[in-house]
Design a protein around this ligand. Sequence first.
Ligand code: UDX
Length: 453
Amino acid sequence: MEKSNGLRVILFPLPIQGCINPMIQLAKILHSRGFSITVIHTRFNAPRASSHPLFTFLQIPDGLSEAETRTPDITLLILLLNQRCESPFRYCLTKLLQSADSETGEEKQRISCLIDDSGWIFTQPLAKSLNLPRLALNPTKPSFFRGHFVLPQLRHGRYRQLQDSEKEDLAPEFPPLRKKDISRFLDVETEILDPYLGKIYETVKASSGLIFMSCEELDQDSLTQTRQEFQVPIYAIGPSHNQFPASSSSLLTPDETCIPWLNKQEDKSVIYVSFGSLVTISESELLEISWGLRNSNQPFLWVIRVVDSVNGAKLIPEEIMRRLNEKGKIVEWAPQQEVLKHRAIGGFLTHSGWNSTVESVCEGVPMICLPYFWDQMLNARFVCEIWMVGLHLEGRVERNEIERAIRRLLLETEGEAIRERMELLKEKVGRSVKENGSAYRSLGHLVDHISSF
Ligand code: UDX
């Protein structure tokens, strides 16, 4: 860490693994630039303070019941959190500002700003009322962030009744999504979502800046357009997983036995399978994936999470499990970044969450994309159609399709070409976080901006 600059930044992540990881990464980056860090967090999905002894952690009550924390409806969960956390957060932040004001002598630090997830919609007016600048961190791809505000306008239009002949066409309002992707979005309950999106738009526009864990090399056009549209400073400061790994912010304990198992496998032979922290795989999908993996005859490492106390792996019939164990390893949670870094990994069958996507790019691992919802569909289109560093399953969770995709990626010349393109993308992105790269410069501007408050 650089010498302390006498400034403290308050961070407030949304309590979802895919949002905690980039926020803690940002904390590490700012700490390395001399800022002191306080993380305010909910009781639900509290980050492990012991993994970050240099930061101060303050817990606020979130008022969620046990049943509410288990809702599969993520929008509903986030809205409940927004309703219940406003008052405890206000209390906590006000106290922090008061005690910073009353500090004297060498210990005195100034609180320069609040940085919270763009999904918190009460923080902008609250910070304004306390005279504290607020920046938002968005955990998705900039092109998704900018594009997804168009969804409410598409609800009642032609996307509801697509002809078969137009399903594969590009959606002009939200490229590079296809029309069929948009109609999948519109299946989602809209009553609560649309006004929520409106609030995010409004509060980010009123903020002192917006931060993305992306870079010009991955998002140039959408960053330019977002700057024009939002008229706030926009920073694309990552991905910098190699310097600041996200693994220490894992809510679950990773199964470290993956690594000695990988050590025994040949170079680039293993397919890593993981669908992030939110997607729930149905029993029939589990079976299709099991057979697809087994029939590909390639070694695999598969993360099957325990969801609501149900261990998904236990749903796989014994006979299939026996055959799976001949070739692969199943764990409940993996040290994902370490796994992707391992020489034995040849491909990643992923749900295309933004964190997983950039982690894979940073390690140069080509992907097989099976997106389920939200930004995952856009990320998968970028991976497969714009950067051409992966294969798209197009939602077909069928054993033959999975087996075929694994073979194409790991064994055929098509896979070699994909791997070469991925290597080039990895280098480009790697250069952006090094001195004088685009992300490196953007981080410098962010540090100057925060220091100027
Ligand atoms: C959510 C959304 O689903 C995603 O679309 C959005 O882009 C971010 O928020 P999630 O589904 O959890 O995130 O996916 P992802 O963004 O890929 O984040 C998962 C994180 O958990 C990654 O940083 C990954 O390294 C980590 N992880 C995952 C592990 O450490 N171990 C695992 O076994 C699986």
